[in-house]
Structure formats: C-alpha cells, structure tokens
Design a protein around this ligand. Structure first.
Ligand code: ZN
Length: 135
C-alpha cells in the first residue's frame, strides 16, 4: 500500500501537460498553452533566422560603421586629433567601411564615418576631426 501511494505521488508530479513542441528545436513544451518556444534562446534563434540575409548583412555593416564612429569619437574625446593607424585597428576599427569619401585638391582623401572624418597619412598617422553639425 505504501509503495502504491509513493508511485501515485511520483506520477502526480508529472501530470503537467505537454502543450506543444518548440518551433525552433522541437523540444516538448510544458505549461502555458500559448508558448511557442522552449526558451529565450530558441525564440531569438527563430526570429533571427526569419530575417532575410540582406537584412542581416545590412545590420552587420551598420554595426561596423557604428563601431568605427564610436572609436573615432573616443579618440576625439581623449583630446587627440591624430593617432596611429595601429591604435585604431587595435580598438577594432575597420578601414574597409565608411559612409562617404571626398577627394580634396592635391588628391588627399577625406573619409567620413557619420559625423566624424579622417585622413590617412603616409606615415601611418590618422588625422581625425569631427564634422560641424548643421543646425
Ligand atoms: Zn527550443
């Protein structure tokens, strides 16, 4: 009799009903009937995979540009107007991405990243300035 009671208890612990399977990993979901995913990581993975590859590429480039902009801003905020190219690279700067280019007289190329711009000099120095923001 005692054995049966124990068995019943054990069974009753597992009476939580399986409601669905996770749309990402296929795992059983227990509990609330409106749940579609077994957890946050599966929900995020599912939503990320739904985004088109061009959306993901645009987001990737935007992250690079924003990072570049923030690095330029941090150098300017340290009171510097120039630094070594290696310093920027070590901070994660990506010289392959910019928002615009302007070729000045004499062939000097001014590279813009949003409201910051820079000029690469032949001695490995990068001259940075903040653009005047139009009011
Ligand atoms: Zn899952």
């Amino acid at each position: 009799m005692a054995y049966n009671n124990l068995n019943m208890l054990t069974v009753s612990k597992f009476t939580i009903k399986k409601m669905a399977t996770c749309r990402e990993c296929g795992a059983d979901i227990y509990g609330r009937s409106d749940k579609l995913f077994c957890g946050d990581s599966c929900r995020n993975a599912f939503n990320n995979s739904k985004r088109s590859s061009s959306d993901r590429e645009t987001a990737r480039i935007n992250r690079i540009l924003c990072k570049n902009r923030n690095i330029l801003e941090s150098v300017i905020n340290q009171g510097k107007k120039c630094c070594n190219r290696e310093l920027l690279l070590s901070m994660g700067f990506n010289f392959n991405y910019a928002t615009s280019f302007m070729i000045k007289e004499g062939g000097k190329i001014v590279v813009s990243c949003y409201n910051f711009c820079y000029v690469n000099s032949s001695n490995g120095r990068v001259y940075i300035s903040q653009k005047n923001i139009l009011k």
